[in-house]
Design a protein around this ligand. Structure first.
Ligand SMILES: [Fe+2]
Length: 489
């Protein structure tokens, strides 16, 4: 099968680069003093969409340092998990991993408490990076993180604390809600019972509640044992089928299984798949609630990788999400239906969730102004998604677009990057701490197929006009998430 544009875009680069004093077309606003960092899978052994899971590739972070109206440097670095260190002939990095889980750290990168953190989910811990993106080692927040973490924590703008919901197949039918202080230590953990062992990629936060997506992509013992010799696969599958999603598995057992998997299979991949028997639910947990404090609301089957933001509207909770009709039912690259932007209203009085389409064009990577996490937002941003079944829907528009949704007016404006140019996630950076909601720039990487290189594009969030293009000397493959990390004052 011919790889799709999406799959081609994820083709890895082979080399780490350091480039200084980058050429810029247009301007870099003077107020931008910090780093834009973004991570994605960049498998050291190459990427075969027929055999490899998109989400399993070794992580590589790409960063640009902006200061004083200049683009000082670009760097790309693999995150040195044990496998990457070994492949590069380097000494292993310090830091204890959780339950032998040391898989590709490739999903998000952000700054918190002075650390640059590369994040992944499913039981693996964050890795700390230096300001210049070299790997320090696995991070357990000074010994306060008992398990793995998530790729999608959300920062309370009032307290500076990172709220997170983490999942791990070894925890039985539990996920873990945690709060990381502004100083970088876990201060609160709540185990929340769910329907089994779902892939809970993201969650939403309001100023009073934690919103959980308990959806039908769940741990699949067949995928977990794929590629293993039969003497190992059969008992492994049997054991996993009996315990995963039901009872916790001791960490030494998982560590042993992870070791066996890495030794005897071609790679664990990502053992989660569409599960038509698993009820889809949205959970509402008061922030200060305990394990039993969650209330569940049934919804029609679907999958949500990402929410845009959530807030309280009286007693109703409003959550904007990108909804996929299905996920990982037959493939390992997302593309089983059109991902659209929806507004969900969770109504405790009626016990129901209403789901209204905001924009039905294929899109992903929704983002909002981070100063409004958990508060009422007006604007949201996303990028066009060239995914499988959505491809026929792309005939009437160029997928290489950035959307600006005005949720108050019910309108969407579009910025086009131009033919042959593909955009990744775009993040909003305000012009100042007290700037208006859309007063600032949107930034993200754009790949130009004609030149084979990428730019860091800066787009005015109010007008959607290009402010500046920072020209990178190389291609940045399609990836996952990134963030702006302001320089320390
Ligand atoms: Fe994500």
């Amino acid at each position: 099968m011919t790889p799709s544009a999406t799959e081609r875009g994820y083709a890895p680069v082979r080399t780490e680069h350091t480039a200084v004093d980058l050429a810029v077309t247009g301007t870099v606003p003077e107020h931008l003093d910090g780093r834009y960092v973004r991570i994605g899978p960049n498998p050291m052994g190459g990427f075969d969409p027929e055999a490899d899971h998109l989400f399993a590739g070794d992580g590589m972070v790409h960063g640009v340092r902006l200061r004083g109206g200049r683009a000082e440097w670009y760097r790309n670095r693999w995150v040195r998990t044990a496998d990457v260190s070994r492949a590069l002939g380097e000494r292993p990095r310090p830091g204890r991993v959780h339950a032998g889980m040391d898989f590709a750290v490739n999903t998000n990168v952000l700054g918190h408490a002075g650390r640059t953190l590369a994040l992944v989910e499913g039981g693996t811990r964050p890795y700390e990076l230096t300001d210049e993106l070299e790997t320090v080692g696995a991070c357990d927040f000074d010994g306060t993180l008992p398990g793995g973490y998530t790729a999608h924590p959300h920062r309370d703008p009032d307290t500076g604390e990172l709220h997170a919901v983490s999942y791990f197949f070894g925890w039985g039918n539990r996920v873990q809600y945690s709060v990381l202080t502004a100083a970088g230590r876990i201060r609160r953990i709540v185990d929340v019972e769910v329907g089994g062992s779902p892939m809970m990629h993201d969650f939403a936060l309001t100023d009073r509640h934690v919103i959980l997506f308990d959806l039908p992509v769940t741990f699949d013992p067949r995928l977990a044992t794929r590629g293993m010799p039969r003497w190992l696969a059969r008992p492994g599958r049997s054991l996993l089928s009996r315990v995963v999603g039901r009872t916790p598995i001791p960490e030494p057992v998982i560590a042993r299984a992870a070791w066996l998997g890495s030794r005897y299979s071609s790679g664990l991949g990502v053992p989660y798949a569409w599960n038509p028997d698993y009820p889809a639910r949205v959970g509402v947990l008061p922030r200060d609630g305990g394990s039993g404090g969650v209330r569940w609301f049934g919804i029609a089957p679907c999958y949500v990788f990402h929410q845009l933001n959530a807030y309280e509207d009286g007693d109703v909770i409003v959550v904007d999400v990108v909804r996929h009709p299905k996920m990982f039912a037959g493939g390992t690259v997302p593309g089983e239906g059109v991902p659209v932007l929806e507004r969900w209203r969770v109504d405790p009085a009626s016990g129901r969730v209403t789901q209204d389409v905001v924009d039905d064009r294929p899109q992903e990577f929704p983002r909002a102004d981070e100063r409004l996490v958990g508060r009422r937002h007006r604007y949201g941003y996303s990028v066009g998604a060239d995914t499988g079944a959505g491809r026929e829907r792309l005939l009437d528009f160029d997928p290489d677009v950035l959307f600006k949704h005005d949720l108050a007016a019910g309108t969407t404006a579009v910025h086009r990057f131009g033919p042959g140019r593909a955009a990744g996630e775009f993040v909003f950076v305000p012009a100042s701490d007290d700037a208006d909601e859309d007063e600032g720039v949107l930034m993200g990487y754009v790949h130009d197929a004609a030149t084979g290189r990428s730019d860091l594009a800066l787009v005015d969030a109010q007008t959607l006009e290009t402010v500046g293009l920072v020209h990178l000397p190389v291609r940045v493959p399609s990836g996952f998430h990134g963030n702006w990390i302001p320089a320390a004052p």
